[in-house]
Design a protein around this ligand. Structure first.
Ligand code: ATP
Ligand code: MG
Length: 427
């Protein structure tokens, strides 16, 4: 056994007992996205390394230390996508989707970051990404928030997440602020940790994002970006808040909420929870008008967010109101060669007649007793039994596994189909 190959650290299997919850969450988010008229886009998992360097930026955690980068056989540097925003925009630029058009898009799939694995932080994790293009807002910014508000409610976890909101202004506003921030921190060098000293030169706004408790004080007294915002940025921010007030969506303004990426503009938001320890951000997003130009497109507008599925599922697991359907509704027991043949024919007829019914046929033989055990374990509500007697009478036998009041009954196949249609609640 010592030689068994194991999965890569931080990359997890989703086992059959866990997939129903995943599928339920995936179904729910498709429904909510559909309700707002969003379209799915499917993107490659591998992109040219250059794409991420140019979009995310060289001096970010992701590009500095988290990417899975390798050389292709012909020497090109490729990277497993650490996020989807860059690839989505690359695809839309490449296919000319951004000329005088608006788009509301979403994608779903695995992302890869070489981080230290812990609860809520993995090296392969799934994201739902939502990106919109061509809209100057602020109504579209608010729409993205409303969409997530609806999803939390649908999944029954609205009371476990809080919305935090901030505005980062324009790149020009931020560069003035950046100077005053740098000079403030330069006056407090002895209070900065190693990471922050490095960021002071490369990406000083990221210092505000520090998780180091020893630095909270110096960060709390730092100048605030809000004071540097111009009229247009402030009006945009107020309009979002007014919409959320009008529609009854609670939020907190968090002036310390920053993104270390230069292409962000105006709106940033996060949905956070207190239930998952330090991995408390479930969903993060904002406006990134600057990125389209950065990737070679004409000036345009973009707002989006990404939600981490593992963190979402961890939140869903903290509540037990979700009733997940069993993967099997009806289990068929067949004993004897003749019954095995007849059973397969009957099973196909049942599948023809009752679309959506989940019928599992016992394979690999066994006594009535051992097949009943498997039927019970399958989670099925009913068994259909075929032995020599049933086949010789041209009947099947139907029995409930969950309700003792219902007696086992012999009936013809058409009667059995009618019975199952009436009794089984299809998912
Ligand atoms: P964090 O501050 O937790 O590192 P981040 O700012 O790197 O998050 P984003 O790039 O904004 O995260 O990604 C959006 C969402 O994707 C996060 O809010 C989180 O839910 C999820 N996520 C990010 N990195 C991981 C990871 N390594 N494992 C699991 N989920 C992740
Ligand atoms: Mg991170």
């Amino acid at each position: 056994m010592a030689n068994n190959i194991q999965a890569i650290r931080g990359m997890h299997d989703v086992l059959p007992e866990q997939t129903p919850l995943w599928q339920y969450a995936e179904r729910s988010l498709r429904e909510v996205l559909g309700a707002y008229g969003y379209s799915e886009i499917r993107l490659p998992i591998v992109e040219k390394t250059e794409l991420f360097k140019r979009s995310i930026g060289e001096v970010t955690d992701i590009v500095e230390k988290e990417m899975y980068t390798f050389d292709d056989r012909n020497g090109d540097s490729l990277t497993l996508r650490p996020e989807g925003t860059a690839g989505c925009l690359r695809a839309c630029l490449e296919h000319g989707l951004l000329h005088n058009q608006v788009h509301r898009l979403w994608y779903y799939g695995p992302m890869y970051r070489h981080e230290r694995p812990q609860k809520g932080r993995y090296r392969q994790f799934f994201q739902l990404g939502v990106e919109t293009y061509g809209m100057a807002g602020p109504d579209i910014d608010a729409e993205l928030i409303l969409l997530m508000d609806r999803l939390w409610k649908k999944l029954g976890i609205r009371d476990k997440v809080r919305l935090q909101l901030n505005s980062l202004g324009t790149i020009a506003e931020r560069s003035v602020y950046r100077e005053s921030l740098v000079s403030y921190f330069e006056g407090h060098l002895e209070q900065l940790d190693e990471d922050s000293l490095r960021r002071l030169k490369t990406n000083p706004l990221r210092i505000l994002d520090t998780k180091n408790p020893a630095m909270q004080e110096v960060v709390a007294s730092a100048p605030e970006l809000m004071a540097y915002l111009g009229e247009d940025s402030l009006a945009h921010f107020s309009a979002i808040m007014a919409t959320l007030d009008d529609l009854g969506v609670d939020y907190e303004v968090n002036l310390r909420l920053v993104r270390g990426l230069d292409y962000y503009s105006k709106t940033v938001f996060e949905w956070v929870t207190d239930e998952l320890g330090s991995q408390g951000t479930v969903c993060a997003g904002g406006r990134y008008d600057g990125l389209i130009e950065q990737l070679g497109g004409k000036p345009n507008h973009a707002v989006g967010f990404a939600m981490g599925m593992e963190r979402l599922l961890a939140l869903m697991e903290t509540q037990d109101t979700v009733q997940l359907a069993s993967p099997v509704d009806v289990y068929m027991i067949r004993v004897g060669v003749v019954a095995e043949q007849q059973g397969l024919r009957d099973a196909e007829t049942i599948r023809d007649e009752i679309p959506g019914l989940k019928l599992q046929v016992n394979c690999g033989g066994g006594s009535f007793k051992s097949q009943f055990k498997k039927a019970d374990k399958s989670g099925a509500e009913f068994v259909i039994i075929l032995g020599e007697d049933e086949v010789s009478r041209g009947e099947v036998s139907v029995k409930s596994l969950r309700n003792n009041q219902l007696e086992q009954q012999n009936m013809s196949l058409p009667q059995a189909i009618e019975f199952l249609v009436a009794q089984v609640k299809l998912a």
